[in-house]
Design a protein around this ligand. Structure first.
Ligand code: ZN
Length: 225
């Protein structure tokens, strides 16, 4: 089974369409780590596109905020404005859809899906300490997380050494694969489709191949303007 794993789409339809096109024929199912909406201009179109395609979706903090499940006191000014605007745009059906999304962690086929961290859906995993805490809370050896909008993640080797997942530069549309080692544990961030924050404006995603035990990391340019 091959899973296309998408995170932090943030109402960016152009980035989503480009990513889906590139991944076409290379996956069997889609899993989504949340933040479908917030920031970008096409919340309804993004929900309409992802909803029928995704086998599983966990909610993100922006999904919660945009459907009134949480306040925006902790959001920066731009995120607050985007949330207020998105609330006025969402159709009643999509508003209810967001309200019904499950929180992470969610187990699918022996892997764990979270928006932020296994510790809590709204926690970030940026550094090694947060990674250690995430590994301690994880319910599976292979965890996929988003929220930080940074492609990559962490690896705990079989002999318990913690390290960042080694990722060389990724060419446009040409994946870099890592083999999942037996006995090792992984926290993998596919990166953000709609709003990367790792200094690379290209849309980011991964494809997990369960049979081959590998994760392919992709970056793809899209019509940003
Ligand atoms: Zn996000």
């Amino acid at each position: 089974m091959r899973y296309l794993i998408l995170s932090d789409i943030h109402s960016n339809l152009e980035a989503l369409e480009k990513s889906l096109k590139l991944a076409e024929g290379r996956y069997d199912q889609i899993l989504c780590l949340g933040d479908l909406v917030g920031y970008g201009p096409d919340p309804n179109a993004v929900i309409s596109r992802v909803r029928p395609l995704a086998a599983a979706i966990v909610r993100g903090n922006h999904d919660k905020a945009c459907c009134g499940l949480m306040g925006t006191e902790d959001f920066n000014y731009l995120a607050q404005m985007a949330t207020d605007w998105t609330r006025t745009q969402l159709t009643p059906e999509h508003y209810e859809f967001l309200r019904g999304l499950p929180n992470g962690p969610l187990q699918v086929d022996g892997i764990e899906l979270v928006h932020g961290s296994p510790v809590d859906e709204d926690e970030y995993i940026f550094d090694s300490l947060e990674a250690v805490q995430a590994f301690q809370s994880a319910g599976a050896p292979l965890v996929f997380f988003g929220h930080s909008h940074r492609q990559g993640g962490f690896l705990l080797t079989a002999d318990k050494r913690l390290q960042p997942i080694p990722l060389p530069a990724i060419e446009d549309n040409s994946p870099v694969g890592i083999a999942l080692e037996k006995g090792a544990r992984y926290l993998v961030n596919p990166g953000s489709i709609g709003q990367p924050r790792d200094g690379d404006r290209r849309a980011a995603f991964v494809i997990l191949d369960r049979d081959q035990n590998r994760v392919d990391f992709y970056r793809t340019p899209y019509d940003l303007a």
